[in-house]
Design a protein around this ligand. Structure first.
Ligand code: PLP
Length: 391
């Protein structure tokens, strides 16, 4: 087996050794229920308090504004459904065409229940025009739900302008910051959004734990009822994973002054080398504002799904701008919303760097990718469409 070359940190991240060490006691002797009154339980409760402070610090929030839950998807569902439950007469939601499936699937479901959904478009660079948001808000609008940063292209939405508009129009704002947290500075105390989704597994902590930020002045109604999390989210907390989330947040905050710039330098070298040395390569999404770790590239006349299989044989992990479902390959909704053709979207790959990516990883990727792309193109019938290579 070749060494792993992991360039898919927007999908999930490896758990850092410090994070694993922090969580281990809570999987072993410290197994108390944080709601129990004896000291074993009180220690677990104190661990949650510490983690809440660490996560809050990462995003410039008060600890009391952080509600732990099971994942970013739960946070997003909770935020949108909370806003709808608070104002049941308002039945209009504004979101965008390039959201994560957590938002899209919920909004599609709500549309079948009679809610009106406005899907804001993006331009060819994946950028959102705040004036279009402003124009879409009506007296019926219950909530605006938008990405902070796009998981496929890394493009960052103008969240300050968005928050200023929703504040002026007095409409609750939910932002999905699952990809942004830890990669760019976030100061929720200044921003004024009502709800913000977070997820631990994009931050070098385990999967299956997340948080919803609820501004202390925002109205809120829980999705899961129960007494935990001050009755804001029922269910015994996943203490070990929450401790890991806290530690990962602390490490991410500490690295924010330097890490984004070093990862940006690696990403830019990777991207520019491919664009300048391999024919028919172009970037999808704006150069800026963009997450420093993400590069989404179209390689003309290849089939990305096939490239993934060949990369895998070399240990390289990344993502395709398409998804296989029921035997057919569906082009990415994010890329097609930006005007990328279906064929180009099927020829697109997302590379996302992370805390563990090194210069040597980039050198290796820059050797593997042009070689495999050349092989795929050579296997193509002249003038024909890309062919599947048996892997
Ligand atoms: N939002 C964005 C932008 C994401 O990239 C993801 C995960 O891929 C999610 C939400 C969902 O997070 P989770 O996997 O914790 O449910």
């Amino acid at each position: 087996m070749p060494d792993l070359l992991y360039l898919d940190h927007n999908a999930t991240t490896p758990i850092l050794p410090e994070v694993r060490d922090a969580m281990l006691p809570w999987l072993e002797n410290e197994f108390g229920n944080p709601s129990s009154v004896y000291s074993l339980g009180r220690r677990a409760s104190a661990a949650l308090t510490a983690a809440r402070e660490q996560v809050a610090a990462l995003v410039g929030a008060q600890p009391s504004e952080i509600i732990f839950n099971s994942c970013g998807t739960e946070a997003t569902n909770t935020a949108i459904l909370s806003a709808l439950a608070i104002d049941p007469d308002k039945r209009h939601i504004i979101t965008s065409t390039v959201e994560h499936s957590a938002t899209i699937k919920l909004c599609e479901h709500l549309a079948t229940r009679g809610y009106g959904i406005t899907w804001l478009p993006v331009d060819k660079d994946g950028l959102l025009d705040p004036a279009k948001l402003e124009a879409a808000i009506t007296s019926e609008t219950a909530v605006v739900s938008l990405l902070w940063a796009n998981n496929e292209t890394g493009v960052i939405f103008p969240v300050e302008e968005i928050a200023a508009i929703t504040a002026r129009k007095k409409v609750p704002l939910h932002l999905d910051a699952v990809q942004a947290a830890g990669k760019v500075p976030i100061n929720l105390a200044e921003l004024g959004a009502q709800y913000v989704s977070l997820s631990a597994h994009k931050l070098c902590a385990p999967k299956g734990v997340g948080a919803l930020y609820v501004n202390r002045r925002a109205r809120y109604t829980p999705l899961l009822r129960g007494s935990q999390e001050e009755s804001k989210r029922g269910g015994t907390q996943n203490v070990a994973s929450i401790v890991a989330f806290g530690k990962a947040s602390e490490l991410a905050l500490k690295s924010l002054p330097t890490h984004p710039e070093s990862i940006r330098a690696l990403r830019d070298r990777f991207e520019q080398t491919l664009i300048n040395t391999v024919e028919g390569v172009r970037r999808n999404g704006a150069d800026e504002p963009r997450l420093p770790n993400t590069s989404n590239l179209t390689f003309t006349a290849i089939e990305a799904e096939t490239a993934l299989l060949l990369f895998d044989k070399e240990g390289l992990c990344c993502s395709a701008g398409s998804a296989c479902s029921s035997g057919s390959i569906n082009p990415s909704h994010v890329l097609t919303a930006m005007g990328v053709t279906r064929d180009e979207a099927r020829a697109s790959l997302r590379f996302s760097l992370g805390r563990t990516t090194t210069e040597a990883d980039i050198d290796r990727a820059l050797e593997i990718i042009p070689r495999i792309v050349g092989k795929l193109r050579a296997a193509q019938p002249a003038g024909g469409s890309p062919v599947h290579i048996k892997s």
